[in-house]
Design a protein around this ligand. Sequence first.
Ligand SMILES: Cc1ncc(COP(=O)(O)O)c(C=O)c1O
Length: 397
Amino acid sequence: MTLFSRLEAPAPDAIIALMQRFAADDRPHRVDLGVGVYRDAAGRTPVMAAVAAAEARMLAAQETKGYLGLAGDPRFIAAMEGLLLGASPGDRAAAVATPGGSGAIRQALALVRMANPGAEVWIGRPSWPNHAAIADELGMGVRLHSYLGADGRADAAAMLAELGQARAGDVVVLHASCHNPSGADLDASEWAAVADLFAARGLLPLVDVAYQGFGDGVEEDVAGLRLLAARLPEVLVAASGSKSFGLYRERVGLVLALCDGGRAARATGGALQSLNRKNFAFPPDHGARVVTTILEDPVLRADWQAELDAMRHRVRDLRAALAAALREATGTARFDFLTGQRGMFSLLGLSPAQVERLRAEHAIYLVPDGRANIAGLSETTLPQLAVAIAEAVRAEG
Ligand SMILES: Cc1ncc(COP(=O)(O)O)c(C=O)c1O
């Protein structure tokens, strides 16, 4: 047997499998509520105006595409630190650019493994599947803790009780806002309780910031992160520019480590650069430069923020409209929880058989766990979805 003929292709994760299945469906009315991208009323994932303007400027001004340092552009790092933390973290920070938020999560976990080879990775149930997949690929032990309550809200009490079993030096993945897949976020008092527990037990948060601006606002969505940064000696952040800047395919990400003092930060920065070197060497620059150009220019920044605010409002309006349409179609308040949740995703509480029914009979694609990308709906598809769900619920309860 030759070498590669021994390989079995690993099953793609549920979301990637769904993208492939959708692409192969030729029904003209098919609706993709699977993959997590923002769509406008016409169903497009737009290039944001500030991004197009920044790219035009860059095209006119850029004189070289020579290598940068292993950490990427220091101005990108400074701009992102400001966006995430609201102020410069000074000499306690170490950061490197990465290929997207996924790359940042991988490098952040690899850093934890380097510092504490026995560290376990605690992940809420449910979470974005790639969290556990990346930890597993790195050979790190994964522990699950409760997160989502039966009422569609975060069950912080259960989460904190189970995290009481975590050992000092373990890392806990937290979603800054717009929890994926549930849309259920922690409130301010719950973030404070997280900070208390982590401080008391020496736990390290890894805050995944993938939807800044899609929940309650650009500042509001990182309030929990900022609280942890103020209270804890060490915090890890994995940030993505994919959704907040609409730069999905450009692969914009940052891993930021807040350390206990300047000496630790310098060593951590060196460790992160060495991890970059060994994984992919230099991080992608184009998307990072777009983000820097926008964040450094007050006019572009205001324009970006206004467009992002409009996207957030559209998702909020879609949530309210879907809850109302479902109330009418089902004659129950079963889906009212949608309005209290934030961001693109919610779990609709449908069985895999009901999800399959939506696909087979209505060409509506959801992730098998019942996650819907609310941002993928339009004025036409929203009533279609409500009717289809009501039918599936009536058929199977
Ligand atoms: C929770 C969460 N974290 C991180 C990411 C990373 O996104 P990307 O690697 O495209 O920047 C995503 C994307 O779907 C996500 O949903």
